[in-house]
Design a binder for this molecule. Structure first.
Ligand code: PEP
Ligand code: MN
Length: 341
């Protein structure tokens, strides 16, 4: 259920509605918009008694939300959300590019790549300190040491850091060291982790599960918002299909589908989406053309020696060229790359 306030509703009237919602044991989620504030109601088991709220001062109307997901839906908020990651806007008219190695391997490796990402005009740094690997014998990441290295890379370049948490302790650490908590594809339906991310003070980058439907993807985002963290960025990273020429199939059709269903921004990850270096730039260009709010790309200065995902990592030179291409493509669809930091 959604309580839509009148355009000129006062803060006091908004507080009054929130109090009335909470007095009934429900949770109130005020969502300020450009035109008016709406207040989402969650936590109700049955129907909400709409007339009770309709009669409160400042209320325009009370409308049911038809989808299973509520706070993430366009019904609740018609304008696109802009999520700030360390001050960098994700969503809105500008496009954002996050880039860096799959895993933080060493100080020298991370700083070498970070400098090139910065030089090329990238906006955010990526790099995993906790790696979800298929094999327990593969490199698992440097852990807290990796987070310290990422913090040093941010210090030098000024680029905010996005990095993955595999568990609640990882979120505690990332809250201290980094700017955005990545929830990986394998954890998209780790509901206790999503609830913890919903209590975090940092934005969340939620990657689509390997076989997740649009509704499941949005319901996972709903977990985070329902706990009070509204700063969620979605990420399409490819789904499992019968494809025998790529690691996954990048489902670019989900971008306009997400845009229709939700106000949340969505990035595309062409690296995991294809698994092949030669396909990363073409699919990045397509992602921008299809309306994604930006990209998250794996870049390594020496991909052949990378400790994870070398075959899908592009070189810094390829990354330079990619950003030049994106600067040309973006204006065709009325957008532009955010200014370099
Ligand atoms: C990653 O970004 O390095 C990663 C492991 O991604 P995904 O969860 O999409 O596989
Ligand atoms: Mn990777």
């Amino acid at each position: 259920m959604l309580v839509v306030m009148r355009q000129n509703a006062s803060p006091e009237e908004i507080r009054g509605v929130v109090a009335a919602i909470e007095a009934r044991g429900f949770k109130a989620h005020p969502i300020p918009g450009a035109q008016r504030t709406a207040i989402g109601i969650t936590g109700n088991r049955g129907a909400v008694d709409a007339p009770v709220f309709e009669s409160l001062p400042g209320v325009l109307e009370v409308i049911p939300v038809t989808h299973a997901y509520k706070l993430v839906s366009r019904e609740v908020k018609t304008e696109d959300s802009v999520v700030l990651i360390g001050g960098v806007p994700v969503g809105g008219p500008g496009l954002v590019v996050a880039a860096g190695p799959c895993a933080v391997e060493s100080y020298d490796q991370m700083l070498t790549v970070a400098r090139r990402v910065k030089q090329a005009g990238g906006h955010l740094l990526r790099g995993g300190a906790f790696k979800p690997r298929t094999s327990p014998y593969s490199f698992q990441g440097l852990g807290e040491e990796g987070l310290r290295i990422l913090a040093a890379a941010r210090e030098e370049t000024g680029l905010p850091v996005v990095t993955e948490a595999l568990d609640a302790e990882g979120i505690d650490l990332i809250e201290r060291y980094a700017d955005c908590i990545q929830i990986g594809a394998r954890n998209m339906q780790n509901f206790s982790l999503l609830k913890r991310a919903g209590k975090a003070k940092k934005p969340v980058l939620l990657k689509r599960g390997l076989a997740a439907t649009l509704e499941e993807f949005l319901m996972s985002a709903e977990y985070v918002l329902s706990e009070g963290n509204y700063d969620v960025v979605l990420c399409e990273r490819g789904v499992r299909t019968f494809s025998d020429f790529s690691r996954n199939t990048l489902d670019l059709a989900v971008v306009p589908a997400v845009k229709a269903a939700s106000h949340l921004p969505i990035l595309v990850d062409p690296s995991h989406g294809t698994g092949r270096r030669d396909k990363v730039s073409p699919l990045s260009r397509a992602a921008v053309a299809v309306g994604a709010d930006g990209l998250i790309v794996e870049v390594h200065h020496d991909p052949n020696t990378a400790l994870s995902d070398g075959p899908q990592s592009i070189t810094p030179d390829m990354f330079d060229q990619l950003l030049r291409d994106l600067r040309q493509i973006a204006p065709v669809i009325g957008r532009q790359l955010n200014a370099a930091r």
